[in-house]
Design a protein around this ligand. Structure first.
Ligand code: NA7
Length: 554
């Protein structure tokens, strides 16, 4: 590969690689490419690092993977791993942001990151064999490689309720929360949505507000998080066994080093099953889904048992029978939507100042200057919190105006749903690499584990290209077709496509319905990617820019 050097002068800066986003993915990608000796520029639209953890500052925001596994492994830095100790079982947003800032400074990453820099377009120039980037402020740059590290949940979704702009009070989307925080003391608050975000925010908002109305369209199977301060001996024990635990996480289905036992709930007597459920419930966290029985996603009968167990727990926890019935999901099987972890959510409905409203039976009709109208009733509030989620996985990518070979826009290519090779590359877009892209495990995993795997695979490919003096990598159309077919086949064997969720794009009107993340598992995905690499990046067409070979077919 002929290197391009940063000019530092002239209108358009040139780099070997441009990375978009400075969250977990962008930081590790920058570090990895630097190690290869490349010039790299990271463009980040926020004023600081952190990605998701920069934007999602709503009350109660925390990770749902246990903190000790929600971090970089020694592949980033052994020193950071040993120096950093989390204070809670699930770290809160300020602590995660502090961690990412600590990593940034420790690894001296900041000098290659340009903040307040939103990429408005990214266009591939076949003649020069590079990507031309235009920033929203008019700045330009180009690079051989373009790597998206934009996160899966970064393009916020606010439903287009009639009258939304007429509201006279304060409105907030949880994914773009004011940095100075919001004081809800004494206020009447509407929270729209009951996904993982609302489940974290409602108990905290309820502690301040005069009254909170929670507008629920679909109830979820919320699992107790059982958050608590992290005992130092626990952190020490995890650190001592870190290599083993991370290896287990890398080989696991969901990127967590849990003990998955291959067994079905239907093969157990009701009392035995109950004991297994109770043990996981008491433990808290994703153990409920991952360490009880292993066939919930493919066996409805097995799933019915855990779904009923969780419904029973909700009925026990929420005192008002009508409210608990409304909170108990009946329209979809457990884990076919992301199960939120709750730390006081169900308890909140036992407070006098929290009311659950059924936005399924009586949909929100409009936002008025005074509040939210459902049917005949107008709920007058001082503030509206939109906990209405994201245009997941593709929203942020489309927002960057990515255009590949022959003027092909990514948005057009994926009009009927994403088409990728391994979720990491897509035909027609040479040297475009997607970290946690659609059709990779991404959101169906503990993100840092998938991010490290994705980044290392991309860095491995770049290194291979450097060694073999290659300029461009692009998946062959047939390789992509094969991957999409495999992805779809694995998805079709599960219950996931039958439930309306953001995993299948159902939350965004008009979005193609397909499973966006790959459900084949983190471990198997890693093996597939490694095999591809071992075979000289099989499925990718690798070319020299000055070669006479034609561009990949299609
Ligand atoms: P989610 O999980 O997409 O939740 C959004 C919520 O907003 C969900 O309860 C939606 O109901 C609700 N919603 C969306 N549009 C409407 C309208 N028009 N009316 C009423 N209610 C509506 O987003 P989160 O931010 O909570 O979580 C995203 C992920 O972040 C989470 O899964 C974790 O992986 C981390 P619906 O269920 O669609 O009926």
């Amino acid at each position: 590969m002929r290197r391009t050097a940063q000019t530092g002068s002239g209108r358009s800066a040139e780099f070997d690689a441009i990375v978009v986003g400075a969250g977990f993915s962008g930081l590790f990608m920058l570090h990895s490419l630097r190690k290869l000796g490349l010039t790299v520029r990271v463009y980040e639209q926020g004023a600081g690092v952190g990605g998701t953890w920069y934007w999602n500052r709503y009350p109660g925001a925390r990770c749902d993977s246990e903190s000790v596994y929600y971090m970089f492994s020694d592949h980033m830095s052994e020193e950071i791993l040993s120096e950093w100790t989390w204070s809670e079982r699930y770290a809160a947003q300020p602590e995660i942001l502090r961690y990412l800032e600590f990593v940034t400074d420790k690894m001296d990453l900041r000098r290659d990151i340009q903040f307040n820099a939103r990429v408005a377009s990214a266009v591939y120039d076949s003649g020069r064999g590079c990507w031309d980037i235009r920033l929203a402020d008019g700045g330009t740059a180009s690079a051989r490689f373009l790597i998206t590290a934009v996160g899966c949940l970064s393009a916020t979704n606010t439903p287009s309720f009639p009258g939304i702009d007429t509201f006279a009070g304060e409105s907030y989307h949880t994914g773009a929360w004011p940095h100075e925080g919001v004081d809800f003391t004494g206020k009447r608050v509407a929270v729209i949505g009951t996904g993982a975000t609302a489940v974290q925010a409602v108990p905290e908002i309820a502690k301040q507000a005069a009254h909170v109305w929670v507008f629920q369209r679909t109830p979820n199977y919320d699992i107790p998080g059982r958050n608590r301060p992290l005992a130092s001996d626990y952190a020490t024990a995890v650190k001592a066994d870190y290599k083993n635990l991370w290896q287990k996480a890398r080989e696991s289905g969901f990127g967590l080093p849990y003990q998955v036992v291959e067994r079905s709930a239907v093969d157990y007597a009701p009392e035995e099953r109950q004991a297994i459920f109770e043990a996981a419930w008491a433990k808290g966290g994703f153990y409920m889904g991952l360490e009880t029985f292993s066939d919930y996603l493919v066996n409805k009968e097995s799933n019915d048992t855990v779904s009923e167990f969780v419904r029973g727990k909700i009925r026990e926890m929420v005192k008002d029978p009508a409210t608990s019935e409304l909170l108990a999901p009946k329209d979809h099987p457990f884990f076919t939507k992301r199960p939120p972890l709750e730390n006081g959510y169900y308890e909140a409905f036992n407070r006098d100042n929290v009311t659950l409203l059924d936005a399924r039976a009586t949909p929100i009709e409009e936002i008025t200057p005074r509040g939210v109208r459902m049917g005949e009733h107008e709920y007058e509030v001082d503030a509206i919190v939109y906990a209405t989620g994201f245009d997941a996985m593709t929203g942020a990518l489309f927002g960057m105006g990515i255009t590949g070979r022959d003027g092909l826009r990514l948005r057009d290519k994926w009009r009927d749903g994403p088409r990728t090779y391994l979720g990491l590359t897509t035909h027609g877009f040479p040297n475009l690499f997607l970290i946690t892209g659609p059709q990779s495990p991404s959101v169906l995993s503990n993100m840092p584990v998938s991010i490290e795997q994705n980044v290392e695979w991309i860095a491995g490919l770049v290194q291979y290209m450097l060694i073999h003096d290659l300029d461009a990598a692009e998946p062959a159309r047939e390789a992509e077709d094969t991957w999409v077919a495999h992805h779809d086949e694995v998805a079709a064997a599960t219950l996931l496509l039958g439930t309306d969720s953001w995993w299948v794009g159902a939350n965004i009107p008009g979005k193609p319905r397909t499973l966006y993340p790959y459900v084949g598992g983190v471990g198997p995905f890693r093996v597939i990617c490694q095999e591809v690499a071992d075979k000289g990046y099989e499925g990718l067409v690798l070319t020299r820019h000055d070669a006479t070979a034609p561009a990949p077919a299609g």
